[in-house]
Design a protein around this ligand. Structure first.
Ligand code: GDP
Length: 345
């Protein structure tokens, strides 16, 4: 593994471990999205195709037979700067905005300038260019951290802007809220079909396993694996273990996004989650079980807990006929398999 997690290798879209995951996902999710009626030859730009979410969307779109996918590496197209020419040349019909600067509680807390600026730049550029070049639909990916720290649980979409945010991820949340508002403004002022999807905490292949910048699930998978290899007797977990989080496998998110691309045409935000949460302590225990680490957990109280609970109300999505298909334990086992194949020393 590199010092920076395993970000320097190329996600092998449609190959090896990813291909096996994609095949399994296709079978499992067949009933979640039903038969997609969309034109499979429409040009779809997936912004952020190398990230966890973007690469899951590309796998899913490919496995559903979409044949006209448009992607660009960061070295060829910097979404933070000029995108006008690219959009004018390519004129994608559909745009999925999965490009973002993302990170766990520590990274968000330590780098508010970068989280705010980079995300505002990327989303402003892409959303404006999509409209100006005639995209017929855009799907903007937000996050469950847009909701107030003490929102009612499970959190309904109507909780947006009803109270103060959790300080550890305020900069990222403000950027995402600005993206939602820009999509809604394009819809109201110009009739654009720009939708905003709020996923809960995600995990899966191509997650970031860097301990400084990752989210909790990837961090604990790596820590448990390394503790097992070193035959350590304890594993350090941040905070008190009391906060709870909802976790959705990214392949489930991809299947929900396809359904929403096909069926959801409202500028009102819509939550995507599995409807269940676990405490960080329960998550840590489950990960240790899956990985096979049988030492003790030790709690690092110098690290922040963040928001106490973040469980999304997913009744709106359920009413469209979608449900997740990857239980947490299976999802963790698969992600561990992927980590071993792609990141572990
Ligand atoms: P959040 O959902 O925005 O708070 O982001 P994270 O996924 O980074 O953190 C979720 C919770 O897991 C917080 O209470 C963290 O303190 C806790 N946690 C426990 N151990 C770790 C760890 O090793 N890394 C991270 N990122 N979070 C951890």
């Amino acid at each position: 593994m590199t010092k920076k997690g395993c970000r320097d290798w190329e996600p092998t879209l449609g190959l090896g471990a990813n291909a096996r995951i994609a095949q399994r996902t296709k079978k499992e999710n067949a009933s979640s999205t039903g038969q997609l009626m969309m034109d499979k030859s429409e040009k779809i730009f997936v912004a952020g195709h190398r990230g966890m979410v973007g690469s899951a969307l590309v796998r899913r779109l490919k496995s559903e037979g979409f044949s006209n996918l448009l992607v660009r590496d960061r070295s060829k197209l910097d979404l933070k700067n000029a995108v006008t020419e690219f959009f004018a040349q390519e004129k994608p019909a559909l745009v999925i905005l999965a490009a973002a600067k993302v990170g766990g509680i520590k990274a968000n807390n330590d780098f508010p300038v970068e989280f705010l600026l980079e995300n505002l730049r990327i989303q402003n550029n892409v959303i404006q260019a999509a409209y100006e070049n005639g995209a017929r639909k855009l799907l903007f990916l937000g996050s469950s951290c847009i909701y107030p720290k003490f929102a009612p649980q499970p959190i309904p979409e109507t909780a947006l802007l009803s109270g103060p945010l959790e300080p550890t991820n305020e900069a990222y949340a403000i950027a995402k809220i600005a993206g939602i508002k820009l999509c809604q403004a394009y819809a109201r002022e110009y009739g654009a079909n720009f939708i905003s999807v709020m996923p809960t905490n995600l995990y899966g292949p191509n997650d970031n396993f860097d301990l400084e910048t990752s989210h909790v699930l990837a961090a604990l998978l790596r820590k448990a694996h390394e503790a097992k290899m070193r035959k350590d007797r304890k594993l350090i977990v941040w905070g008190s273990g009391k906060p709870s989080r909802e976790f959705l496998h990214v392949d489930d998110l991809a299947s929900a996004c396809l359904l929403l691309l096909e069926k959801y045409d409202s500028s009102e935000i819509i939550n995507v989650g599995c409807g269940e949460d676990v405490s960080i302590r329960e998550l840590a225990e489950l990960i240790c079980e899956v990985v096979g680490f049988d030492g003790d957990l030790a709690w690092d109280a110098t690290k922040p807990d963040g928001t106490p609970r973040k469980l999304l109300d997913v009744s709106k999505l359920r009413a469209l006929g979608w449900k997740p298909s990857i239980p947490l334990r299976d999802g963790i086992a698969r992600t561990y398999e992927w980590f071993l194949a792609n990141c572990a020393r």
